[in-house]
Design a protein around this ligand. Structure first.
Ligand code: SF4
Length: 342
């Protein structure tokens, strides 16, 4: 079978009739009512809960998000509690959830809200995007779940559903132009429904319109532009594989942080390095590489070193907010992953 060229498929997608759109919406919302996940932040209208959920779900699969979110909210139930916390405590609660920069970004965002927004999360998209760690996906999560605003959230799962359904692309993350996805996401969102529509698309991408889609059980297959292509035997080309984690800098940075989390006391650097380098693990890195990784962690605000000792978080004596009253100098710019899959 010959498929229409992508540009022709996209032109057809622009011709979606209101009736077809209406049927797609009602079918997916009905599916969500029956099969959607019941996460606590989705119906709470609590902007802080939504912020934490949005940041936790960046680059993390949803089954791992809920325990992390619960742990975080229990430890830091409000923006004030998070802003006042010790940086080491923040990193301990984040624990081994991966990409710990997100934990520091959350704390810095809380401090900015206290300093600049009267102790509340802003409702405005531009103000949300100015917070550390908040990109378009997390801003949309805060606006839709936290405030009930009409903000379409576009992550990998949503992009996959919309790129296939509207544009007939099999691997939308690679094939569908981001502007077309954003426009499609705006067009299919019916005003007043974002708090249910966003999670409906997220869950549908995670459960039905998977990388290898389950078209035979799909409730919108009749209107899907990609369905004929999958039915004809075409397959979505896999996305580029992640580089191996085993032996990577990321893995060893995680092990250094785990060793620092294990004790509240400062640790002699050489003992820490020797323990990791000779810990009996295959492919242990050289002491020089471990020292360099520790230096990087210190430069990025995850750890400190002083006089041959090191520890988690901010150096002793700098208090909860660091020597200059802010963590921001040591934090890289916002990096909203937005990309989660499965
Ligand atoms: S028919 Fe298949 S490709 Fe289309 S939305 Fe349903 S599951 Fe996804």
């Amino acid at each position: 079978m010959t498929s229409a060229a992508p540009s022709a498929r996209r032109a057809r997608a622009g011709e979606l009739s209101p009736q077809r759109l209406g049927r797609i919406r009602s079918r997916l919302l009905a599916w969500y009512e029956a099969h959607g996940e019941d996460f606590p932040w989705r119906d709470a209208r609590n902007p802080y809960w939504a912020l934490v959920a949005g940041v936790c779900s960046q680059q993390t699969q949803m089954p791992r998000v809920l325990p992390l979110w619960r742990r975080w909210i229990e430890a830091f139930p409000t923006l004030e509690a998070l802003a006042a916390a010790d940086r080491a405590a923040v990193l301990r609660v984040w624990a081994d959830a991966g990409y710990p920069r997100r934990a520091l970004h959350l704390q810095e965002a809380a401090r900015r809200c206290l300093d600049v927004h009267g102790g509340r999360l802003p409702r405005d998209e531009a103000a949300l995007l100015a917070l550390p760690g908040v990109g378009p996906f997390t801003a949309a999560i805060v606006r839709s779940f936290g405030f009930g605003e009409d903000a379409p959230a576009l992550d990998t799962n949503v992009a996959r559903v919309l790129g296939r359904l509207l544009h007939g692309d099999l691997q939308p993350a690679r094939e569908t132009p981001p502007a077309a996805l954003r426009e499609g996401a705006r067009r299919v969102l019916r005003p007043g429904t974002a708090a249910r529509w966003n999670p409906a698309l997220m869950d549908y991408g995670a459960r039905v319109c998977l990388p290898r889609p389950r078209c035979e059980e799909c409730v919108v297959a009749s209107w899907c532009a990609a369905r004929p292509r999958f039915a004809a035997g075409e397959q979505a080309e896999p996305l580029r594989a992640q580089p191996p984690f085993e032996g990577s800098d990321r893995q060893w940075r995680g092990r250094i942080l785990a060793a620092l989390r294990a004790t509240p006391q400062p640790q002699p650097i050489e003992r820490l390095i020797a323990g990791l380098a000779t810990g009996g693990m295959p492919q242990s890195p050289s002491p020089g590489r471990l020292r360099a990784l520790l230096d990087d962690l210190c430069a990025e605000g995850f750890a400190w070193r002083r006089g041959g000792c090191c520890g988690l978080g901010a150096p002793p004596g700098e208090g909860a907010t660091g020597a200059d009253g802010s963590d921001s100098a040591s934090l890289p710019g916002a990096d909203d992953g937005r990309e989660r899959d499965g």
